[in-house]
Ligand binder design. Structure first.
Ligand code: F6R
Length: 622
């Protein structure tokens, strides 16, 4: 949430920062700003020039065209508001009391009000309602009070001192007029990555912002503090001790993080699913054992054999994938499995036995609640494994092992390909655990074959995009929508409803179809279409009965079913077909028409598909 990029080097900073912000805009997009440190002319000091605008990044671009800011060192930010509305004043960067220090901040300073009151008593004047401006003033205060002669050191120490006064989370970058060509950053709870270019350095909240300049990156750890010049850098921790670090190579290309010919990232990512699903199982199917291999788990066969309970933890779409995983693992491996919403798990103090295996699922690897749930499990002495997409993310680094999705960057705010990849990975886990228990060779082989067949089947569904668009156009006046499914497709119904809400702003709710009669049926009307996810499976007939009940009350019905179930054309208003597939894997196919349906609704209603209102990708604040 919120994007940061800072630059120091030989090039003009503004174009680099604007380009970085464009790549980061999915992390927050209600306002943006830059601060550029002008180069010191001989005999004169540098000046900080700040440009900020509420609204989309284009507003800032226009401002910088009218009123350029030149210099080779700068910081910038794209905001998702927490404290204070999306106004020019609340946009980052913020200055300290002297106006000589600028700072960008991600995260939340929880004790900001007490600190602000205190600073105001000392005569500080604030120009925004943000917690972040308070942190800038605190650093400025420490800087002014310092007797350190070396101005760079003085800035580093001032940042350190101020960070000891705050509680909450931060990813910050600061610069000072006294120290041209010098940036200081620090993180606690909000990601920050250092980019090492030749004669230039970067600090960003997300590696995607810098990948077009360098593929050498250092993912900072919590409590790391870094300073950078164009040729040098050092990483300490906020207590002043040297910190260990590792230089990683970014695992994707700038092109992968672009829309290409697609009008939206979301559509691109929906259409990438034949490949992303394949990437999730590639190299992990073991034919001669009719099983799967997930080497990153780091568990011995005996340890896996001893697992007698599994907890799957995540938020939003990841929790829906986990629910499919619960059905899969219980079905194939007969191990009791529970899904925990990460934000609940972290505060609920759940009992975990010795043989309980905990997984956290996260596309970004940065979701604060999922991260906290992981740490809570680890604090209890448990090994917590991660199922993560973003390589180098905090969950990937801090978990005790796990598996990557290898989906490539997911930039559309609505999660799509990460869901199908998470379900694919959980299928591999279920097969692996199942084959250690009761799953037969034949059943294992059948599952491997089904997995291999998925990409082509997904391709077939994608070719119906226009048909699905036509269906969407019929229901644009809907007052609300119901998504109904049973068993493996109950989580798919929840996911379909979430997609519809977040990008089309149509109120939608997902339910276990049999729950309809227990209250939800009161919502059925001519203006509230129901989407039934009802492949030809063991509960198909039950779904048909429920569908009839909706039709009997004049509720329009869109049915997602298996090819050949043509009888539904007589009762449903619209039918979308998916290829035949095992019941257990059907969510991977049935979710795709729902992704496309919400996408086409969103476009037709004129919504901003990739930047839905009030949302941002990667929820790094509570
Ligand atoms: C929905 C969506 C969110 C995320 C959730 C978890 O489309 O994108 O519900 O799924 O915020 O995010 P990750 O997987 O990054 O932990």
């Amino acid at each position: 949430m919120c994007g940061i990029i800072g630059y120091v080097g030989k090039a003009e900073a503004t174009p680099i920062l604007l380009e970085g912000l464009r790549r980061l805009e999915y992390r927050g997009y209600d306002s943006s700003g830059v601060a550029i440190l002008s180069d010191s002319a001989s005999g004169e000091g540098s000046d900080i020039q700040t440009r900020k605008r509420s609204g989309r990044l284009d507003n800032l671009r226009t401002l910088l065209t009218e009123n350029p800011a030149a210099g080779h060192c700068g910081i910038s930010h794209t905001r998702w508001a927490t404290h204070g509305e999306a106004t020019d004043e609340n946009a980052h960067p913020h200055l300290d009391q002297s106006g000589k220090l600028a700072m960008v901040h991600n995260g939340v300073i929880e004790n900001y009000q007490v600190l602000k009151d205190h600073l105001e008593e000392e005569g500080h004047i604030f120009h925004s309602q943000t917690d972040s401006e308070v942190l800038a003033h605190l650093v400025g205060n420490a800087y002014e009070a310092s007797t350190e002669k070396d101005q760079r050191r003085r800035l580093v120490e001032a940042v350190r001192e101020a960070l000891h006064l705050v509680s909450g989370t931060y990813g910050i970058v600061a610069m000072h007029e006294d120290s041209p060509g010098f940036l200081v950053g620090a993180r606690f709870g909000s990601p920050l990555v250092v980019g090492l270019g030749k004669g230039e350095k970067f600090l960003a909240s997300d590696v995607g912002a810098i990948v077009s300049h360098t593929t050498d990156a250092i993912y900072l750890r919590d409590r790391d503090l870094v300073w950078l010049t164009e040729d040098d850098f050092a990483i300490e921790n906020v207590d002043g001790d040297a910190a260990e670090y590792e230089v990683s190579t970014v695992d994707f290309t700038p092109e992968q993080a672009e829309k290409g010919d697609y009008p939206h990232y979301m559509l691109k990512e929906i259409f990438e699913q034949p490949t992303s699903i394949q990437n999730a199982f590639r190299g992990r199917l073991v034919d001669d054992q009719a099983s799967a291999i997930l080497g990153g788990l780091g568990l011995t066969p005996r340890e896996l054999r001893d697992v007698d309970r599994i907890v799957l933890c995540g938020c939003g779409t990841a929790s829906h994938a986990a629910m499919v995983g619960e059905y899969l693992i219980e079905h194939l491996a007969r191990i009791p499995t529970e899904v925990e919403i990460a934000s609940e798990f972290r505060y609920r103090n759940p009992p975990l036995d010795k043989n309980t295996l905990v997984f956290v699922l996260s596309q970004s690897g940065e979701t604060i609640d999922t991260l906290a749930a992981m740490r809570e499990g680890q604090r209890k002495g448990h090994r917590v494994l991660g199922i993560v997409n973003s390589v180098g993310s905090t969950i990937a680094r801090e978990s005790d092992g796990g598996s990557y999705l290898y989906s490539g960057p997911e930039i559309g705010v609505a999660a799509t390909k990460s869901f199908t990849s998470q379900v694919t990975l959980l299928t591999l886990l279920a097969i692996l655990l199942g084959r250690m228990r009761h799953l037969s060779v034949d059943a294992g082989q059948q599952m491997l074959k089904e997995l291999r067949d998925l990409p082509a089947k997904v391709g077939k569904i994608l070719s119906q995009s226009e048909h699905i668009r036509q269906i969407a156009l019929k229901y644009l006046d809907a007052k609300g929508m119901l998504f109904l499914g049973r068993q493996f497709n109950y989580p798919t119904a929840l996911e379909g409803a979430l997609k519809m809400k977040e990008i089309s702003y149509i109120f939608a709710s997902g339910h276990a179809a049999a729950e309809l009669k227990h209250g939800i049926i009161a919502l059925v009307s001519e203006e509230t279409p129901s989407v039934f996810i009802m492949p030809k499976d063991s509960v198909y007939e039950k779904n048909v009965s429920t569908l009839e009940e909706v039709k009997a009350r004049k509720g329009p019905v869109i049915a997602v079913t298996t090819e050949g179930s043509t009888e539904l054309e007589r009762i449903a208003d619209d039918v979308i077909y998916i290829p035949p597939v095992s019941e257990m894997l059907s969510p991977i196919l049935s979710v795709i028409p729902l992704q496309l349906l919400s996408y086409h609704f969103s476009v037709a209603l004129g919504c901003d598909v990739d930047k839905p209102r009030n949302l941002a990708k990667s929820v790094t604040v509570e």
